[in-house]
Write a protein that binds this ligand. Structure first.
Ligand SMILES: NC(=O)c1ccc[n+]([C@@H]2O[C@H](COP(=O)([O-])OP(=O)(O)OC[C@H]3O[C@@H](n4cnc5c(N)ncnc54)[C@H](O)[C@@H]3O)[C@@H](O)[C@H]2O)c1
Ligand SMILES: O=C(O)C(=O)C[C@@H](O)[C@H](O)[C@H](O)COP(=O)(O)O
Ligand SMILES: [Zn+2]
Length: 373
């Protein structure tokens, strides 16, 4: 059994969540495609071979491109390597790219698809919780540069998204939990039932092995977060306004990833980023203490981090200035005016930012300045 959520943009597409989805995924490749490039990293090599066999059985040429794993794949060098593969394969506008993997691979595959011949089709086959609930949906693609996270990218919507839950069987628990951070984000910004479900099942959701009942809970959480994302991107694909709510926790979260040279998982960084945003909202008089504590308790119950060392302000503030929500010298944050009600906070007093940093610091804040100009 599978469930389908349609992302109702100008060219609507389906996100299918279920098991045994390789066959239908291959069947969804447009008739006109004669070549299919499967982009994957080493942990998905075996599944990529299965996909190759199915694609070739459908009468097409399959090309597999293995890229460096995780964040190391999201670079201009790797994109350039894929452009070379596409060029040497005579890849045309009717051919199709498949992104098979976690969010790093789906971001990269989407980016390359959007730039090759000014845009070819991409089908996303996410294999982490995070990619299923977030990265593979909505058309944001991106690579990192030496100066920061996702600084180069495009909006390029997929033809279809196939979330095959079978692939999660081998996903390490820390990656499952990191993905749950983006699920929890969906709870704080929109669907508060997500928060209730996580609170009820946190221990089982973050256990090394998932029991069948918890797998059902996970599927429900995935579907709820997919629905949150689908609704938001259908309303505002290019992030003119409403889509910014999906960036909850990301201003500080991306700054952590940059400061840590991408050695932190995205979901873990976003977890700390949400606590930072909650503390900022509290200091700005928008969120009560109990809601801030709810952030900490939910995230910690899953084993996610909620603190960060207090001596890294200079690097963090440099990275936050480069956030895509920044306008000129004005930093902008997504904060909550109560749980489920995200709003924009523009140009907060630097003292508030330092106060929020102090509140998430695992040791007292030291060094750095509070100047963000
Ligand atoms: N485009 C968007 O809207 C969007 C949204 C959220 C996150 N992102 C991006 O997604 C990335 C994070 O994604 P992620 O958390 O999936 O990390 P990831 O892609 O780095 O994957 C984490 C690890 O899990 C491995 N893996 C993937 N599937 C597996 C499986 N089924 N079994 C075993 N191992 C598997 C990967 O190879 C990698 O080592 C970040 O780059 C982030 O910026 C993008
Ligand atoms: O889809 C969106 O919009 C998001 O902001 C989702 C985020 O979870 C995701 O990490 C996204 O890639 C961040 O976007 P960015 O524009 O800040 O790079
Ligand atoms: Zn994210």
């Amino acid at each position: 059994m599978s469930r389908t959520i349609t992302v109702d943009t100008t060219q609507p597409y389906d996100v299918t969540i279920g098991t045994g989805l390789i066959e239908p995924a291959v069947a969804s490749i447009p008739e006109a495609a004669v070549r299919v490039l499967v982009v994957h990293a080493a942990p998905l090599a075996a599944m990529a071979e299965i996909l190759r066999a199915r694609i070739e059985a459908s009468g097409r040429t399959a090309i597999l491109a293995e890229v460096p794993d995780a964040e190391s794949g999201k670079s201009a060098e790797v994109a350039s390597f894929l452009w070379q593969v596409l060029g040497k394969s005579d890849f045309t506008r009717t051919d199709v790219i498949i992104g098979l993997g976690g969010g790093a691979v789906t971001d990269l595959a989407g980016f390359v698809a959007s730039t090759w011949l000014r845009g070819v089709g991409v089908i996303q086959m996410p294999t982490t919780v995070l990619a299923m609930v977030d990265a593979a949906i909505g058309g944001k693609t991106g690579i990192n540069t030496a100066e920061g996270k996702n600084l180069v990218g495009t909006f390029h919507e997929p033809l279809a998204v196939w979330c095959d839950l079978d692939t999660l069987a081998n996903l390490p628990v820390h990656d499952r939990v990191a993905g749950l951070a983006e699920v929890v984000k969906g709870g704080f910004i929109a669907d508060t039932v997500i928060l209730d479900l996580v609170e009820q099942h946190a221990a089982a959701l973050s256990a090394p092995e998932l029991d069948p009942a918890t797998l059902d809970v996970l599927e429900e959480l995935i579907a709820r977060k997919v629905q949150v994302k689908a609704t938001v991107v259908a309303a505002d694909l290019k992030e003119s306004f409403q889509r910014e709510i999906l960036n909850y926790g990301h201003t500080f979260g991306h700054a952590i990833e940059y400061t840590e040279r991408y050695q932190w998982r995205h979901g873990s960084a976003v977890a700390v980023g949400m606590v930072f945003a909650a503390e900022l909202a509290h200091l700005a008089g928008r969120l009560d203490e109990a809601s801030v504590e709810r952030h900490r308790s939910i995230l910690e119950s899953l084993g996610l981090p909620t603190t960060y060392p207090g001596d890294r302000w200079d690097a963090l503030s440099t990275a936050m200035r480069r956030d895509k929500k920044t306008r000129g010298d004005l930093l902008r944050f997504v904060v909550l005016q109560g749980i489920g009600n995200p709003v924009r906070l523009e140009g907060p007093d630097p003292a508030l930012l330092l106060g929020a940093y102090d509140a998430v610091s695992s040791a007292p804040v030291s060094g750095g300045t509070i100047s963000l100009g």
